[in-house]
Design a protein around this ligand. Sequence first.
Ligand code: ASP
Ligand code: MG
Length: 452
Amino acid sequence: MSTTTSLRIAKFGGTSVADFDAMNRSADIVLADPAVRIVVLSASAGITNLLVALAEGVAQEQRDVHLEKIRHIQYAIIDRLSHPQVIREEIDRMLENVARLSEAAALATSNALTDELVSHGELMSTLLFVEILRQRQVSAEWFDVRKIMRTNDRFGRAEPDCDTLSALTRSQLQPRLAESLIITQGFIGSEAKGRTTTLGRGGSDYTAALLGEALNVDRIDIWTDVPGIYTTDPRVVPTAHRIDQITFEEAAEMATFGAKVLHPATLLPAVRSDIPVFVGSSKDPSAGGTLVCNKTENPPLFRALALRRKQTLITLHSLNMLHARGFLAEVFSILARHNISVDLITTSEVNVALTLDTTGSTSAGDGLLSSAMLTELSSLCRVEVEENLSLVALIGNQLSQACGVGKEVFGVLEPFNIRLICYGASSHNLCFLVPGNDAERVVQTLHHSLFE
Ligand code: ASP
Ligand code: MG
């Protein structure tokens, strides 16, 4: 392929290959764009979870139920094909592997065995998708991504070797693109000894970004079940609208503050190689989507609102703080010892207020504040804990350089109690805490005044 021809990679998530109709819709999307020469697929929705459960080693009865569910999902696709015979045999072979590996896992599980087992979800969905395309008279080739996606042997969270990937892509994958459409697996790879690895749950986006980078594509299309990224969660604000273009930086801020958007960490190869990523819904491709890129034209002051619930605020009071040195260092070392991650922080002469995310993503274990930690803090200062607050994050550009932001934001929030404000550390966000019960109304009020 000449490098001037445009080349795109399309990735379809689990819901986009969940059943026969979904696979056909995804096939329509692929065929509508001649620049798409390579397709990355997740496992059909539900399959990975079932395989993970099997890999954990379940009793025979439960095992049979899970295996039957997997068979049912894949057979529902096979049964709608006009020539099911050959593919049925192939899928049967895969299902036999799955049954055999599940039995082994019931005796003794291991991370290597888990990855081997779980990889069958993507192996099967790609086989089925190729068959659907072929029965539609499209020349399509199944490509085992493990041949080029070489990783270390950290099973379950393997990290790919990008130099090897790039070399192997050039020798093994690139030449094939001119001949037929290539269908390959997201999420899986292989380590030095040839054993199957996985890149971590949800890893198919990462695969698409890595392959997109290695192939130097001009766009990565991520097809999912939502038509792009919204100004805020449409379940909270029905008038929320789709953002047509957004920067990786803004999307990262949104993800950090709890918005369910593509996580830019998984798109890192696209960010560093400056490849735009399109996000759209395979259920409704004509609805358009969001283009995520390094730069957008006229970045707006206000971009989006994110809401994170279940925040805990800790306030520390100590007269020792007065003109003291090292008090904060002591506080942070206690928190670090207890594996607690601090989100927002404000300080005054004798007080420090900070939030800990207790949803489990950034704090340790069950997300509850351990009494051991509180006891340690209490030996240092007076401690107050407030629970059930919500963090509202306004994401935007050059927020701390603009005038009047405070009035525009807090002017309309007059009826509400604002418990804490963080502003100025990042020019991309302004965050504040409100009582949990008010959170939705705060977001609705702000959205109405800033985005509608
Ligand atoms: N099938 C894998 C999962 O469910 C990978 C992916 O869908 O991205 O996590
Ligand atoms: Mg996914």
